[in-house]
Design a protein around this ligand. Structure first.
Ligand SMILES: C[S@@+](CC[C@H](N)C(=O)[O-])C[C@H]1O[C@@H](n2cnc3c(N)ncnc32)[C@H](O)[C@@H]1O
Length: 226
């Protein structure tokens, strides 16, 4: 799937889904926008936080304080962070996803600032957040959006703030379509100018059609202070 949400044509999402049970059965969904993706429950919306982010919290890797969840979807990761004492803001292009995230927040009696917006042009002042999490957003961007994205997330992080990103890796089979598989080299090339990369680890990305998750990379990076 790819998003070209900032300029030119309206955003388009292309998703090829292989059903868990289907032997070679393949469904191609051509979605006109991220908004359309949330007319049903999309494949990435697993109804629980991504295990990789749960582990990060358990390991104490996020500094206590303010977290921005970029491309937050219906908010499962943000809700988990709020339940664990973080002050959380979530931004997503899809107002439908944001509405679902807000409803979940109210139901759980939590306080999270979910808002519709474009992470390529964030409506936040510089240095507002201590951490940023990205669960499946970066790998949806076309190459030319990457520098814009890196600049925006770096801008709204405090100096030495942390960025954690989960994306499909090149180790994930390509047969089912899906988003761009990202290599370690691409992550390094994209983030090294504004971040110190702490690690790029093998991880799994839970979806509604992988049994054990898709092959992914979890990246931890610290915003450079200059
Ligand atoms: C693969 S989904 C992941 C959603 C969520 N993080 C999760 O783990 O369930 C990518 C999300 O990024 C959002 N998105 C795509 N481009 C965006 C942009 N430029 N600004 C904000 N959100 C964006 C989509 O609407 C979608 O909800």
């Amino acid at each position: 799937m790819q998003s070209g949400a900032t300029r030119g044509d309206p955003p388009r999402v292309q998703f090829h889904n292989v059903l868990e049970s289907g032997v070679g059965e393949r469904i191609c969904l051509f979605l006109s926008s991220w908004e359309d993706a949330y007319k049903t429950v999309p494949p990435w919306d697993v109804g629980r936080p991504q295990p990789a982010f749960v582990e990060l919290v358990r390991a104490g890797e996020l500094s206590k304080g303010r977290v921005l969840d970029v491309g937050c979807g219906t908010g499962e990761n943000a809700l988990y962070l709020a339940e664990n004492g973080f002050s959380v803001t979530g931004v997503d292009l899809s107002s439908r996803a944001v509405a679902v995230a807000r409803a979940k927040t109210a139901e759980k009696r939590l306080k999270i600032d979910f808002r519709a917006g474009n992470v390529l042009s964030l409506d936040f002042k510089d240095g507002l957040f201590d951490n940023i999490i990205d669960s499946g957003l970066f790998h949806t961007f076309p190459d030319n959006d990457r520098p814009v994205y890196t600049h925006e997330i770096s801008r709204v992080l405090v100096a030495n703030g942390k960025y954690f990103m989960l994306c499909f890796s090149e180790k994930e089979p390509t047969g089912w379509g899906g988003p761009h598989r990202v290599t370690r080299g691409e992550i390094e090339a994209t983030f090294s100018s504004l971040f110190k990369i702490n690690y790029i680890r093998d991880a799994l990305f839970a979806t509604r059609f992988h049994n054990d998750g898709g092959r992914a990379y979890l990246t931890s990076a610290t915003r450079s202070s200059v």
